[in-house]
Design a protein around this ligand. Structure first.
Ligand code: GLV
Length: 338
């Protein structure tokens, strides 16, 4: 653990902030100018006992998706805690009711990671459809191969119907990129988007979206209503030979996805993040047609800098007596989208 303290921290009762993971360069220094900041300066998550101990007496916590922010952690932090600033757009690591009950605000980092994450969805879609992972593994294995008219054929994306499950910022950025491939876009969402945001995409009931999407990209956030929303039954509704890309852990049931690949119902799939990270479902690891990457959606230099800066902006706003800049508001309904 590396402590970074302001000079004021030695004389006055400066607010104390815990940062649970190493952040982009310069981010913590900006925070430390306004408070006493303690940073877990490592790429691995804080072990739970260390996290509980280090949280005590903090005014704010900058957390990541690996930190379970539950009643136990909030109580370990104590009554001084005013903000949990999640360094992510998702907040499924956070018990919102427990935060609300203690008057603790929650912020997240929407907007700044949209383009990087949409780029990754397309990187994965192209890799899955064109068998990039399989091809690379073949070359590296040293097994013999030869170009042939029938060798390692993929699915062509141009003109293929694209379905997007979850048309928030990231879903819309995925849709915008589809125009370059001439792909008609349909979507399913909790609510219809205003026409200017729909940009020609058609809102469909979930059953219809699944039945008509040769390519499905899942960007719906994980919450009680969406956990395992795409299960074996819903995967079976996709056209035979479809490609699925999952950008949100836990919305697609990983075991069911492996089953749909194994049976040949899906042509290929790609997954960016996983329900039980760092573990990946073994059945998925065994599938040649699965492109699997270790939660890289927002992993660019520019975006991680912006996420760190926004997390700190949220803390600074609250330390200055204001509202977090990007406060998280839970969705109005917990009913599953239908
Ligand atoms: C996912 O990686 C997120 O930022 O929620």
């Amino acid at each position: 653990m590396t402590d970074i303290r302001t000079s004021a921290g030695t004389r006055t009762a400066a607010p104390r902030v815990l940062v649970t993971r190493r952040l982009a360069p310069g981010v913590v220094e900006r925070l430390a100018a306004a408070c006493e900041a303690t940073v877990h300066d490592a790429e691995q998550p804080m072990p739970r006992p260390e996290l509980l101990a280090a949280a005590a007496g903090r005014t704010a916590l900058i957390t990541t998706l690996d930190d379970a922010v539950d009643a136990e952690l909030l109580d370990a932090a104590g009554p001084a805690l005013r903000l949990v600033a999640n360094h992510a757009v998702g907040t499924h690591n956070i018990d919102h009711a427990a935060c609300a009950a203690r008057g603790v605000a929650v912020s997240h980092t929407p907007g700044v990671l949209t383009e990087a994450t949409a780029d990754m969805a397309w990187a994965l879609l192209l890799a899955a459809a064109r068998r990039v992972g399989e091809g690379e593994r073949l070359l590296r294995s040293g097994r013999p191969w030869a170009w042939a008219p029938t060798f390692m054929l993929g699915m062509e994306l141009g003109g293929t119907p694209l379905g997007i499950l979850g048309m928030g910022r990231i879903g819309r950025a995925v849709a915008r990129r589809a125009a370059a491939f001439g792909m008609p876009v349909a979507y399913h969402n909790r609510r219809r988007l205003p026409a200017d945001q729909e940009a020609g995409a058609e809102l469909l009931p979930l059953d219809e979206l699944l039945a008509t999407s040769r390519v499905l990209v899942v960007t719906a956030p994980l919450n009680d209503a969406t956990r395992h929303l795409v299960d074996a039954r819903r995967l079976a509704q996709l056209p035979s030979g479809a490609v699925l890309v999952s950008m949100t852990a836990g919305v697609v049931d990983e075991a069911a996805l492996a089953g749909a690949l194994d049976s040949g119902h899906l042509f290929a799939a790609a997954v960016d993040n996983f329900e039980h990270e760092p573990a990946v479902h073994p059945a998925l690891l065994a599938q040649e047609r699965a492109v699997l990457v270790p939660h890289l959606g927002s992993a660019t230099v520019r975006t991680r800098q912006a996420m760190g800066d926004l997390a700190v902006d949220n803390v600074l706003a609250v330390l200055a007596g204001g509202e977090p800049v990007t406060r998280f508001s839970p969705p109005p309904t917990s009913a599953p989208p239908s």
